[in-house]
Each structure stands twice: as structure tokens, then as C-alpha cells.
Design a protein around this ligand. Structure first.
Ligand SMILES: [Cu+2]
Length: 178
């Protein structure tokens, strides 16, 4: 009996050690997220009321969650998804393990409200993205021409095109809700 108790005590202690090692280790499979934020831009907005922001989070590690965004540009930054042409505010967005989280025209986007200034093409805006596990990532976001869309950017626009003639061939262009 006594020997049995000792054995289970030892087993419990070992289990505890394993748990501790697991929680702190970065080597556990599916462990720490490895995030990179790229392709960020803000289309120059027509007014000083609202601006939208887009970017791509690339993750080469375990899953994470985008929980909020803040910026010197705006009093409020909200996270939106778009489905069926209607946008909806979201509390958070999952960043899948070994995957990407896309914020792109016609889909997920940031909304900057209560702007502190009107961003114009050529500006840079500092954006902080807060992730549940990875903490805050600070991104310097360029302000692009109003119609800029990397999906249409086939390297034909390396020279500056007058934006008054912007993208006659832009597909869809559903009424921009911003
Ligand atoms: Cu929106």
C-alpha cells in the first residue's frame, strides 16, 4: 500500500514537471506563433471622416488571434469583415497556424474613425496590431492612391498614373461602403 502511494506521488510529480516544461517551451509542436505583417496600405480617403486599412498577416507557427488595432491616425480603429457586400464589426480574427489572415478590398478591413488628420498619398501611418499571444506588432503603413489595390497591381503601374483616370478596368468596384 505504502509503496503504491509513493509511486503515484512520483508519477504526479513527473506529470507536473512535464506540464511545466510544456507550457514554457517553444519547442512543443504547434507552439508559438511566428507572425509577419506585410503588404499594408491605406487608400487615401475622400474625406477626413473615415479611412480603411488593409494588410496580410503571415504565420509560420502556431495559431494566434488578432484582438485589436490602434493608431495615431484615429481615435478609434475597428475590425470589420464583409460578407455578401455587407460589413460587420468583429471582436477578433483568428490567425491560423501556418496560414495567413488577409485584410483586403472587398473583405476584411480596418476602419479608422475620429481621424486626427486627413491622410494623403505619400503619408505614413503608424498602426499597432495586438495579438493574443504575440502581443503588439507596430506597422508603418503607407497611404496609397484612393484606388490602389495590390490585387490589380501587375507591375504595369510602376510609373505614376494620374489617379483622375484611375483604373477604368477595375473589376466589380461595388459601391465602396467607405
Ligand atoms: Cu467597414
Amino acid at each position: 500500500m505504502r509503496r503504491g502511494a509513493l509511486t503515484s506521488l512520483a508519477a504526479a510529480a513527473t506529470a507536473g514537471l512535464l506540464l511545466t516544461g510544456c507550457g514554457g517551451g517553444a519547442s512543443a509542436s504547434g507552439g508559438e506563433p511566428e507572425l509577419t505583417v506585410g503588404g499594408a496600405y491605406i487608400p487615401a480617403p475622400p474625406t477626413a471622416d473615415l479611412a480603411a486599412g488593409y494588410f496580410v498577416v503571415t504565420n509560420s507557427g502556431g495559431a494566434d488571434t488578432l484582438v485589436s488595432a490602434t493608431s495615431e491616425l484615429a481615435g478609434t480603429v475597428t475590425l470589420h469583415s464583409t460578407e455578401g457586400g455587407r460589413m460587420r464589426e468583429e471582436k477578433s480574427f483568428p490567425v491560423p497556424a501556418d496560414g495567413t489572415l488577409d485584410f483586403a478590398r472587398g473583405g476584411n478591413h480596418l476602419m479608422f474613425e475620429d481621424l486626427t488628420r486627413k491622410p494623403v498619398q505619400g503619408d505614413t501611418v503608424t498602426l499597432e496590431l495586438r495579438f493574443e499571444k504575440s502581443g503588439v506588432r507596430t506597422v508603418e503603413v503607407p497611404v496609397r492612391e484612393a484606388t490602389y489595390n495590390p490585387a490589380n497591381d501587375k507591375s504595369s503601374t510602376s510609373s505614376h498614373a494620374p489617379s483622375s483616370h484611375a483604373s477604368p478596368s477595375q473589376p466589380s468596384a461595388p459601391a465602396d461602403h467607405h
